[in-house]
Design a binder for this molecule. Structure first.
Ligand code: V0V
Length: 248
């Protein structure tokens, strides 16, 4: 399933909602962002699937109309996708009604579009493509490729990738390297580490080989995870790794 990026809640007073969420969930928001094109002030709460509190910025805002007709509450659900233009075309072909012809600017620099609620069981649905995306080549690890693509933050890229994830051979040129379940093979040879940030990803079953490789390549990061939860936990590990590479 596509990840739920956020759940949008419409409120009359964002400050009041902030106080309530603090009392209920010890929540503090990210800095508010005004999106004048959409006529909304937005505050995000949490990590992973976030709450998006929407406040109207004027009488012409879609949120003003929503509040007057339906009152405060659930405004929309947003799914994250890697390619929002492609998703818009898919939804159009499937008979849904995108509310804009092309994706538009959303909060956090995302590109977004909405579907008319009359075709989606009365729920306004948004799709969003995050601003932060990584171009990655996956060598011989199709399951991880599919898992990472589903996050919406990762675009498989074969020609000139920024980053490489490999379960096999070492690449020539890249900004960072993830060795995925490859430490048995690599620990058998005395190879010098490529001069880029490296993450060794391994299951706990093969942790011995991962540790042997790590002793030889001490600058590499190590992510040894139980086999049963490797694919659940790795997306966050990889996205944090690529973010750290990007931020130097
Ligand atoms: C309206 N309706 C909704 C709804 N808003 N149903 C479920 N969820 C909502 N949020 C229903 C409404 O009750 C009516 O149902 C019908 O749709 C027509 O509504 P209307 O009041 O006559 O209003 P319209 O047709 O002028 O506009 C409704 C739509 C509009 C959904 C087309 O609000 C729109 O374009 N929304 C997308 C943009 C948006 O919402 N921006 C603010 C969030 P009945 O009475 O016919 O049964 S911006 C945002 O979230 C950003 C930037 C982000 O990054 O996340």
């Amino acid at each position: 399933m596509l990840p739920i990026d956020h759940i949008g809640l419409a409120v009359h007073d964002g400050k009041k909602a902030e106080h309530l969420l603090n009392q209920l969930a010890l929540a503090t928001p990210a800095l508010p962002e005004d999106l004048n094109q959409q006529g909304v002030r937005i505050r995000f709460y949490g990590k992973g699937t976030r709450l998006e509190i929407l406040e109207a910025l004027g009488p012409d805002s879609a949120v003003t109309k929503f509040l007057s007709k339906r009152g405060e509450g659930l405004h929309h659900i947003a799914f994250r996708v890697a390619n929002v233009q492609l998703q818009l075309e898919r939804m159009h072909m499937a008979g849904f009604q995108p509310l804009t012809e092309t994706p538009v600017l959303g909060a956090d620099g995302k590109r977004i579009f909405f579907l008319h609620p009359k075709h989606t069981s009365g729920i306004l649905v948004e799709f969003c493509q995050p601003k932060n995306q990584y171009h990655v080549r996956f060598d011989s690890c199709p399951k991880l490729e599919r898992t990472m693509e589903l996050t919406g933050h990762c675009i498989p890229h074969n020609d000139a990738p920024e980053h490489v994830v490999t379960a096999g051979s070492l690449p020539q040129l890249c900004q960072s390297l993830v060795l995925h379940n490859a430490s048995f093979e690599l620990s058998q040879h005395n190879i010098a580490p490529p001069p880029v940030p490296i993450l060794i990803s391994e299951t706990s079953t093969a942790s011995h080989f991962a540790h042997t490789l790590h002793e030889r390549w001490p600058n590499a990061q190590l992510a040894v995870l139980p086999e049963s939860s490797q694919y659940t936990c790795l997306p966050e590990v990889l996205l944090n790794f690529w973010a750290s590479v990007k931020n130097g």
